[in-house]
Design a protein around this ligand. Sequence first.
Ligand code: SF4
Length: 498
Amino acid sequence: VTGELVVFAALRLEQRALARGLPGGTVRRTGMGPARAAVAARRLSDSTPGAIAIAGVCGAVAPGLEPGDVVVATEVRDGFGGVVPCQTAPLLAAAVRRAGLPVHTGPVQTVPRVFGGSRARLAAEGVLAVDMEGAPLARAGTNVPFAWVRVVVDTPKHRLLSPRTLRTGATALRRLTDLGPPLRAWADAAGPRTVLLAAPRSFCAGVERAIDVVEEALDRYGAPIYVRKQIVHNAHVVRELSAKGAVFVDELAAVPAGATVVFSAHGVSPAVRDQADERRLDVIDATCPLVSKVHAEARRFARRGDTVLLVGHQGHEEVEGTLGEAPESIVLVTDEQSARTVQVADPDRVSYLTQTTLSVDEADRVVDVLRQRFPALAAPPSDDICYATTNRQEAVRAIARRCDLLLVLGSTNSSNSLRLVEVAEADGCPARLVDDIGEVDPGWLAGVRTLGLTAGASAPPDLVDRVIDTLSALGPVRVDEVTVATESIRFALPKEVS
Ligand code: SF4
């Protein structure tokens, strides 16, 4: 056997169910128990599979797992201190989830008897489920992509030897068949590849400052610290700060009177500041100084009597905040079409500003239309699209034409991350926005020999490392970093936390 997926199952029933989902695939039967699995593992050294998976049914030990649930192991323990990590688990789990199956990921352990031993002890050690064959095969599979995936047939609540046995057994066997396509997609993603790493990427100075503000406030004033809106548009950042005691609210009405509230990096309108004063809230302003700069320009242009054309996205928090600086003077222009139709009071007194996180090319096109219509159009003294947005787009442009696929790490509400996808696609490179490696469908990676990788300005840098670690378990990875600019900007913290 060379270069293909080899699936191991203990029992003939499991082997048949798996083979039904993998037409033309190789599903080998090991027989039951660690000793038989060790024999199969020894035979494995005579062949060179492309990927190895251990599949079948398992016993759950952790609470919350139900018969029919799928478990994908993040590591296989042998019960004697030996641990084999399964680094591609997030990819396989993503494929199982996309197939519509309920999936859990975590450590599993190989035991001599599934129904002996203490489930409570294993659960306390963080083990999700147990099998009887995994560890010997896992040890043999360390040189190729390796996965452990099983369907729960027995739980502490639903014991195997109960009247439910036949029903849960039939469900589990159907689920094993359903695992075929996800396993195939996972194995097809294996292979050597080059990763072109765009630089700069990930956190900008404004995002680092905003996160520092919340962390410092928690240290100094204790939890809870209220934060109006997401401090930055990233699910990981919000989750981690929530765990430390930050409470995210949509509106100030949800903040108790007299409490401390942080305004997010995207900025707020004067009306929100007034509301905070009325409610006697202690405000710490984490607005990015580059957003504050746009607010100041909006006030200055409006004071001198201009109609201010704000190029930006309807409903974005930053845009809402800037519009609020002079609602009677600022008009939102969302795209080239609205630039062609927007009306102003006096064409000789008109200026424009932009959201900080727009696509540079798209904003240029919109401003060109405005300039043609209003030759007296006044520009901001310096670009409103910030250095971080510009640099990250430039870096994507530098690699896009060389990549089969670009992954952008970032959340779906992150404007600058979405723009990175658009920049790549404009250069003909397919691109996907994902929160983390757990959202990457392995099906996207089949045949991708050169992968571009970047992260939006609000996405933590360690997410990039995790993608590379996971890809490295699918085959040899060469990482080439392509740097278009070096960033050294830092912003001082507000006085309340400095
Ligand atoms: S993307 Fe730009 S404007 Fe937004 S927080 Fe970062 S530096 Fe500030």
